[in-house]
Design a protein around this ligand. Structure first.
Ligand code: CP
Ligand code: NVA
Length: 313
């Protein structure tokens, strides 16, 4: 496996390896400080980022490399240079490329035309590096035995919802997503793919519209912003109204298991998708989750550059 372009490309064994290495990087951040010595890693983003940029640049530095940050309009892509030419040029200067943008197809194309590993740092449809941080955090709380546990996401059927279903499916988890019906339901291709993966892994996928049913007995209650980067502002009012029953409040948390945790990839909008009492309350693990953005990106870079990920069949 050369790149990490999509969550579904990871095998269960890859995830196990990445999470184990990331757990070690949490304890020993400079364990592999020569892994990228005398090398550069490009970080190219056409959308804003707080965590992913900080985590990526820090991870590169901890591996002894130099990050080169490229903002969307810094490159000649904006003036018509092709993705394929750009990919070849970046491959000549950097040892890996971390990319955040809108279309998944652009990230796929960068991967296809680069000779270096390309890592998806969020697209409109996926967010694989986030899911690794999430699952490392889940493991720290509940351990590796997830049998009988339920992992629920409520809110917008966006990139995070798709990635949540896919990653849970690969790991053989019981994953649940509850969204409004229709326009903001999860992507049907992502649901079909996750169901297919879950059928093989022993996982279980449930797509619901009732947030209380989804939260019932859950070990994890996860949510994300209601307006994602690139969402149409003209739909804001309609979207917020449709999503308001999915807000994570103390009442919704009360439906979950007694040892449950609250998760959020951040950035958060208190008073919209989550109440302050929940996100700033005792069940919230958001700061540990954000911390693991660095440890997991460090593990991805470490293993991809060494060619140690196998990929899903
Ligand atoms: N969770 C996440 O990807 O955060 P940023 O958008 O700040 O990178
Ligand atoms: N769904 C959000 C995630 C941000 C990390 C977005 O795409 O903007």
């Amino acid at each position: 496996m050369k790149d990490l372009l999509r969550t579904e490309h990871l095998s269960r064994a890859d995830i196990e390896l990445l999470l184990d290495t990331a757990a070690d990087f949490a304890k020993n951040p400079f364990r592999s400080r020569d892994a990228l010595a005398n090398q550069s890693v490009a970080v190219y983003m056409t959308k804003p980022s707080t965590r992913t940029r900080l985590a990526s640049e820090t991870a590169i530095a901890h591996l002894g490399g130099t990050p080169i940050f490229l903002r969307g309009d810094d490159l000649q892509i904006g003036r018509g240079e092709t993705i394929s030419d750009t990919a070849k040029i970046i491959s000549g200067f950097a040892s890996a490329l971390i990319v955040r943008t809108f279309a998944q197809s652009d990230v796929d194309e960068l991967g296809a035309h680069s000779t270096i590993p390309v890592i998806n740092a969020l697209t409109d449809t996926d967010h694989p590096t986030q899911l690794l941080a999430d699952w490392l955090t889940i493991r720290e709380v509940f351990g590796k035995d997830i049998a009988g546990r339920k992992f629920t996401y409520v809110g917008d059927g966006n990139n995070m919802a798709s990635a949540w279903l896919t990653m849970g499916a690969i790991l053989g988890a019981h994953v649940v997503v509850a969204t409004p019906p229709g326009k903001w339901a999860p992507n049907s291709d992502a649901v079909a793919r996750a169901t297919q993966i879950a059928n093989k892994s022993g996982g279980k996928i449930e797509v619901l519209t009732d947030p209380a049913a989804a939260a019932q007995g859950a070990s994890v209650l996860y949510t994300d912003v209601w307006m994602s980067m690139g969402d149409a502002e003209s739909e804001r009012k309609e979207k917020i109204a449709a999503l308001s029953p999915y807000a994570v409040t103390n009442d919704l948390m009360a439906q979950t298991a007694s040892d449950s945790i609250f998760m959020h990839c951040l950035p958060a909008h208190r008073g919209e998708e989550v109440a302050s009492e929940v996100i700033d309350g005792p069940k919230s693990v958001i700061w540990r989750e954000a911390f693991h953005r660095r440890t997991t990106i460090q593990a991805i870079l470490y293993h991809l550059v060494r060619g140690e990920l196998v990929g899903a069949l």
